[in-house]
Design a protein around this ligand. Structure first.
Ligand SMILES: *C/C=C(C)/C=C/C=C(C)/C=C/C1=C(C)CCCC1(C)C
Length: 245
């Protein structure tokens, strides 16, 4: 708060600028998802609540990340991971909510939450505790983290989540889950690529660490707001169908 009052963004500081824009966009998206809960049937209100929570939690973190970055000039790695560890499991909750009517179980939900938490905890250890820029540290934890990522990818493309979406009997849910699976495959892949560009990573030196934040900020906006909008579209279409009955 205090820092926020005295700092302003230099015109050529694109990193800070994307933190700022990210904050506004996440905030606006939350307002949108919360207000739009009124436009969907009861069954879908929880999905929109979760969409709004994802962008809302991100907005709070962007607020702090922007300040942190302005004051220190560093990447706000800690805030970034706190944000992810809260929001990525919530994205897994969205998959559960979308396939619940087709029979998704609590055990599926917990497996997805566990896999995402595993992915992020291992990633954090790999990134934050790599004091001497060691390649073996970076690669070991990166590979461990990727196991969690692969589990989620498998589940949403050809595993339990995909199977449930197929058997849901709704084209909207089936297509929607497929869209979300694309987010996981392409949008989420930006983060491990960024990770590999850091000290000790296989792609180190390709991007400046400072420009990495720009990529992460863009990726976050797509992955959180875009993801939420797909969920919103599914919820609206399904609610209309229910009304038409
Ligand atoms: C809104 C934030 C999202 C969707 C963040 C997603 C983050 C990941 C998919 C991170 C994955 C990583 C790996 C697969 C390996 C290297 C370490 C990570 C944590 C960057």
């Amino acid at each position: 708060m205090l820092l926020n009052v005295v700092q302003s963004i230099a015109p050529d500081n694109y990193v800070a600028f994307t933190f700022f824009i990210g904050y506004i966009a996440m905030l606006a998206a939350s307002v949108f998802f919360f207000v739009e809960r009124n436009s969907v049937s009861d069954k879908w209100k929880m999905s929109l609540l979760v969409s709004g929570l994802i962008t809302g939690i991100a907005a709070v973190h962007y607020y702090y990340m922007r300040d942190y970055n302005l004051v220190t000039g560093d990447s706000p790695t800690f805030f970034r991971y706190v944000d992810w560890i809260l929001t990525v499991p919530l994205m897994c909750v969205e998959f559960y909510l979308l396939t619940r009517l087709a029979g998704a179980t609590k055990s599926l939900l917990w497996k997805l939450i566990f896999a995402s938490t595993w992915m992020l905890v291992c990633g954090y250890i790999g990134e934050a505790f790599n004091v001497d820029g060691s390649t073996s540290h970076s690669v070991t934890w990166g590979v461990l983290s990727t196991l969690g990522y692969l589990y989620i990818l498998h589940s949403v493309w050809m595993g339990e989540v995909a199977g449930l979406a197929d058997s849901s009997g709704s084209e909207v849910v089936k297509k929607g889950v497929r869209y979300l699976a694309w987010f996981v495959l392409v949008g989420w892949a930006i983060y491990p690529v960024g990770y590999m560009c850091m000290d000790g990573g296989w792609l180190n030196g390709i991007f400046e660490a400072s420009t990495l934040d720009i990529w992460y900020n863009i990726a976050d906006a797509i992955n959180k707001i875009g993801f939420g909008l797909v969920v919103y579209t599914i919820a609206i279409s399904e609610s209309k169908k229910e009304l038409a009955k």
